[in-house]
Ligand binder design. Structure first.
Ligand SMILES: Cc1cc2nc3c(=O)[nH]c(=O)nc-3n(C[C@H](O)[C@H](O)[C@H](O)COP(=O)(O)OP(=O)(O)OC[C@H]3O[C@@H](n4cnc5c(N)ncnc54)[C@H](O)[C@@H]3O)c2cc1C
Length: 464
């Protein structure tokens, strides 16, 4: 091995946490380099959050066209061209990649395109696209390799060439009948978007409910909304075998409620979870251990089992959200500066970008019950929020859990239009330790969605 080039920080993978760590260190005058094999800036801007939301927005526009007469507008013979949908997404992604390149340039962090793997402690070999190699040694190394769609070992599934989110975001044609394996947030977001473009869509979910970790009233309403859009939902169904080729004709065999069932369609989309990208990167040569589920083993400061090696984002088992990966950057950045910042106890808000959105911060009722935490419940239908009537988007509800002894907010769920925006206000109130009464008594602008927090918190049952 030639003498490795010396860096202060070497980042493996240019995802959310890794790139921000590199940019921040480089701006402080450190020598920082990021190794990226394919997606400049990681999954979020290229193949995950942002392109999926772009496509979901196109699907929302399609749904407005479908409902146009409701708004007094007619447009005859409107059509959906998936190439146009894809091109709009590609244009956005190109802009995001340019933005990332500019950030690398202005920060002074180096971007090296190639595939990296450890060959010794704190030493990485990078295989370059032209078949050459570079050897890098870092005072600190950050593992930021992310995760990929899990393809379960179901007979015939891999051979069928199913779509993952990556190919689904690149479709130039409309699947006639899309079979989606998995009713979690990725599957549900795609299901609704593809249905709105005109595909027949069937969701196959092994649990008894869609988004099964959410409260029953949440998933019941989501299912109603999906059924209203003619999305077929099969719960308690475990796929046992696949025949045919996705993109042509496919047949799924499944066990359901003790019996067997078969489903035919034209395309399969797998959305059954994520596998961390921790194999074949030489972790064992660097003293970096993994957990049973394959994530890099980290402590609450995001240090791995090897000194000077850190892991962040999906590959470290952090909750799989870009905003959490961003916070991992803050944790490592502070710790590199000698601080003691930890991941324990941090808020994990989330939003599923179905229409309407499902957003939650803090405890759900299910979690509160499981943990034996007593709460007071308040819940109002979205139609009680007047803004939803002006938008003709009245489906859903808001609900909050309030402590029984104090007026502390324990959790908040918004299943409704702009749910992802609404939770932010409640989240900040929770961070600040404000009582629910402060939100109840705030003067919110009329008519906005946040105004709905007033009737919601006005309906909190009094303490016993
Ligand atoms: C369809 C979809 C929609 C999503 N929507 C949302 C959303 O709306 N909001 C949200 O918060 N989260 C969303 N997520 C989750 C979010 O995308 C991830 O949690 C986040 O991108 C994880 O960032 P990361 O830095 O850990 O990994 P990544 O962004 O995946 O970055 C890892 C990078 O490392 C590179 N890499 C891996 N191995 C090597 C190697 N050996 N050498 C060189 N490079 C390597 C990869 O190419 C990749 O670019 C979504 C995910 C999916 C799949």
């Amino acid at each position: 091995m030639p003498t490795p080039e010396q860096y202060d920080v070497v980042v493996l993978g240019s995802g959310e946490a890794g790139k921000y760590i590199a940019w921040t260190q480089a701006k402080k005058g450190k020598r920082a380099i990021v190794i990226e094999r394919r997606y400049i800036g990681g999954s979020c801007p290229n193949i995950a959050c942002l392109p999926s939301k772009n496509i979901i927005h196109s699907a929302k526009v399609a749904s407005y066209f479908a409902r146009s007469e409701e708004f007094g507008i007619t447009k005859d013979n409107w059509q959906i061209h998936m190439t146009g949908v894809r091109d709009s997404k590609r244009k956005m992604v190109d802009g995001l990649v340019d933005m990332h390149l500019a950030n690398f340039k202005s920060s002074g962090a180096e971007l090296l395109l190639g595939s990296g793997r450890f060959i010794a402690p704190k030493t990485i070999e990078v295989s370059l696209p032209d078949d050459g190699s570079r050897f890098l040694h870092g005072e600190n190394i950050i593992i930021s390799t992310g995760s990929r769609a899990t393809i379960e070992p179901i007979p015939g599934l891999r051979e069928a060439g199913p779509l993952t989110h990556i190919e689904a975001l690149e479709l130039d044609h409309l699947p006639e009948h899309l079979l989606i394996i998995g009713g979690g947030y990725i599957g549900l977001e795609f299901a609704q978007a593809m249905r709105r473009f005109g595909s027949k869509v069937t969701i196959i979910e092994r649990n008894s409910r869609l988004a099964h970790r959410e409260d029953e009233d949440v998933t019941a309403m989501l299912s109603d909304i999906f059924r209203d859009e003619c999305i077929e939902i099969l719960t308690n169904a475990t796929v046992t075998g696949v025949e045919g080729k996705s993109g042509d004709r496919v047949k799924l065999h499944a066990q359901r409620n003790g019996g067997k069932t078969a489903l035919e369609g034209t395309h399969i989309l797998v959305a059954t979870g994520r596998t961390p990208n921790t194999q074949n990167i030489g972790l064992e040569l660097a003293g970096v251990q993994t957990t049973e589920r394959g994530h890099v083993k980290v402590n609450e400061r995001l240090q791995t089992t090897a000194p000077g090696v850190w892991a962040v984002g999906d590959c470290a088992g952090s909750p799989h959200f870009t905003h959490i990966a961003f916070d991992d950057h803050r944790v490592v950045t502070d710790n590199l500066a000698g601080g003691h910042r930890v991941t324990t106890g941090r808020q994990v808000p989330f939003c599923m970008f179905t229409d309407p959105e499902l957003a939650r911060i803090g405890l759900s009722e299910t979690e509160a019950k499981q943990r034996g935490i007593a709460y007071r419940l308040t819940k109002i239908p979205m139609i009680a929020v007047l803004r939803t009537r002006t938008l003709s988007e009245t489906r859903g509800f808001l609900k909050a859990l309030i402590d029984t002894d104090s007026d502390r907010i324990l959790g908040f769920t918004a299943l409704g239009v702009e749910g992802g925006e609404i939770i932010a206000t409640v989240q900040v109130a929770m961070l600040a330790g404000m009582p629910y009464t402060a939100l109840r008594d705030t003067i919110f602008t009329h008519p906005t969605m946040l105004e709905g927090l007033i009737p919601l918190f006005a309906a909190v049952p009094s303490k016993k």
